[in-house]
Design a protein around this ligand. Sequence first.
Ligand SMILES: [Zn+2]
Length: 376
Amino acid sequence: MDGCPACGARTLPALHRSPHQCRSVLSSGRVIARGLYRATCLACGYGYQVPQPTAEDTAAIYADGYTLGAEAGVEAGRARLVRDLLRDALGGRRPGRILEIGSGRGHLLAELGATYPDARVEGIEPATALAREARERGVIVCEGGLEARADRARAAGERFGAIVAVNVMEHMFDPVGSHALVAALLEPNGVFLSITPDGERAGIELLFADHVSSFTAASLSHVAGRAGLSLVSSVALDGDLSEFRASCMRLRTCTPNAACSADRPTTDAAAVARDRAAFLGRIGDAVALERPFFVFGAGEAADLLAGYAPDIVAAAEAFVVDAPTRSAVHGRPLVALETIPPRSRLLLCVHARSVDSVARRLSESGHLVAPPPWRA
Ligand SMILES: [Zn+2]
């Protein structure tokens, strides 16, 4: 065994049960024919897949046409929040060059361009359609990945005062190698701000097969150190960014030793492993409600239900939302809430951050609401 990809520990990881033996779901909503098996390092809490996806698996995931999931609309709303986090991380400095890794539809680039009008702000984005859409927004985007951008920067002697990656690093197969590429792109005083799903708490991000890394604060600290960076801070976010973690890194100025790792954040890796095992087991054990019942929601969470618990979806009368924009989803009818019978049984299928408010609203209108399997 090669040891933990984050901290290098050679202790045996905790292995988690797959939510489905031969199916898993990508964050785009697409189902692939491969079970999702995860492990947690019991030294640092880093979560990874076993076996790691092969080059063939990766090619299948990111085949042309890869796009953002059903939650893509939230990118615009989050752009200002992330801009503010970067401004805090920079502490008043105004970088001359800013790079966004995985710039998606370009909302954050546009915000950063407006906030730092004297800076050259650019993005890299491997998905052709997203890069094109971003350029139509008037921002500078190079189509391609981090490695190619780092090669070009090295050849041209370019460095960046700020680098930001929002929901990107959890997709990278080699956490240390990909952070080392970021280190190679940073100016000596540069800042790297990485927003990732919060690996300290089990959540639906564990159900996406293209999320290959679950970062805890301790694992990020190890990854940063091995990649030539120092983890300055790593905090769990709330509000519209709840379920995410903001981590700020700088170039490491000392060699890793006991003195400079003394303030390394700690993670209760055993507790994280137990939490992930319970979470991943719940969706595998999910059972359908007594019929007839409806599934409320048609976004990312509904994609997960359809992927991992197709029997439940097949047993449902229909998917229900407030205002349907199409007539069917996942092979079942999609209907408006106002058209279903009073006191219907509803299996709630929305994001964890919305479960309580949506459940309250639906209960108040007289329906019988059951939480999603991952909140049972
Ligand atoms: Zn580890």
